[in-house]
Design a protein around this ligand. Structure first.
Ligand code: GDP
Length: 361
């Protein structure tokens, strides 16, 4: 009776043909491993291409990793994402701590999402490696934006050098674009050369400023004014509004003194209150206008090609440098030469010459 019942159950399984003894256990393990590795990377790639954020996050972690075993995987991921990249607009955002970058990105990001965009926010923060504490990363930032399903926020990669952090960010851009993000915001704080690095990986560069006491132009690094495609005076609200309007006039006047940009674009100063969400859509209008201009006149593609050349040379330089210093003979001889220099037995140029020829020998 019991047997009949068992046979009619939908859950019943036939015993099937008995399986032969497995092969050598070690071989089975090896075969499983072989299968697992490419699958993991393959799954990540197809995850990225189907716009899965968890896969995107994990892939970025692999790219950021310095572990030898991840290098090959990272290469494979990037190569597979590259054909699907390049379709976004990349906007660099800079300004001193406290100017309101994260408040601005929150308002701006939400506006873009309401327009049907997918927004990725990346940061370049070399301070995390210099001072062992991140300027941008310590506080909770962009709490609302982070909840949006069409937003992806990734704090800065850590690294020994700005070059290293910048390279990883650049590769992360490729992954984000392959995952369907059409606006990439890259935030940086005005320390060291990080602004130059972000400028060299973005299409549009936004400088956030605060109105001061009539001396706005003082203390601003000349190179940064030249890089800016637009200057935003933030916190243009309440008692600050009057000073902000004055600052706008002053910055606009100063911008006119710079030679015309290769892009054919005349940078503009705009006011905004990130916290009150005022002036944000006007900023988007200006940025959209910029992209129309440079896509029409060919500068958009030209700049991206120039940036690619720059990154090729940068990659070679940093590789040569790290290989040089990693060479054990060089390491030893460097110490000797530093001592000799200390004792005035050589000159910096003679010592450098010796070390460089030493490496080649
Ligand atoms: P960040 O360090 O550049 O990212 O600056 P935050 O976005 O963290 O802003 C620093 C402080 O300025 C915070 O207390 C913000 O609330 C405030 N803040 C940001 N934007 C505005 C604004 O438009 N108006 C005013 N009044 N305060 C703002």
């Amino acid at each position: 009776m019991a047997a009949t019942k068992k046979n009619t159950s939908a859950l019943n399984e036939k015993e099937g043909v008995s399986q032969p003894e497995t092969l050598n256990k070690e071989i089975v393990k090896h075969l499983k491993n072989l299968k697992k590795k490419p699958q993991a990377v393959g799954e990540l790639i197809s995850g990225i291409l189907s716009q899965n954020q968890a896969a995107l996050s994990r892939a970025i972690t692999i790219i950021e990793s310095t572990a030898q075993k991840h290098q090959q995987q990272a290469k494979e991921i990037i190569e597979n994402c590259l054909p699907h990249a390049n379709k976004s607009i990349r906007i660099g955002i800079t300004g001193v701590p406290g100017v309101g970058k994260s408040t601005f990105i929150e308002s701006f990001g939400k506006l873009l999402i309401s327009k049907g965009k997918k927004v990725a926010v990346l940061t370049v923060d070399p301070s995390s490696s210099i001072s062992k504490g991140s300027i941008l990363g310590d506080k909770t930032r962009m709490e609302d934006l982070v909840k949006e399903k069409n937003a992806f926020i990734r704090p800065s990669a850590s690294g020994d050098t700005l070059g290293g952090v910048a390279r990883k960010t650049r590769e992360t851009i490729i992954l984000c674009e392959a995952a369907g993000f059409d606006v990439i915001l890259i935030e940086t704080v005005g320390v060291g050369q990080s602004e130059t690095a972000v400028h060299s990986m973005t299409d549009f560069f936004l400088l956030l400023k605060l109105a001061g006491a009539g001396d706005e132009l003082q203390g601003i690094k000349r190179g940064i004014m030249e890089m800016a495609d637009s200057i935003i005076i933030n916190k243009a609200d309440g008692e600050n509004l009057k000073a902000a309007k004055l600052a706008k006039t002053e910055f606009n006047r100063a911008l006119h003194l710079y030679p015309a940009k290769e892009s054919g674009w005349a940078p503009k100063t705009l006011l905004c209150s990130a916290i009150k969400n005022e002036g944000i859509s006007e900023i988007w209008d200006v940025i959209s206008n910029y992209f129309e201009t440079v896509k029409d006149n060919g500068y958009f593609q030209h700049k991206r090609k120039e940036q690619n050349k720059f990154w090729l040379l940068q990659t070679i330089e940093s590789r040569l440098k790290s290989e040089f210093y990693a060479n054990t003979s060089v390491k030893k001889e460097l110490e000797n030469q530093l001592n000799a220099l200390d004792e005035n037995k050589t000159t910096p140029f003679e010592a450098a010459e010796k070390l460089l020829s030493f490496k080649n020998a």
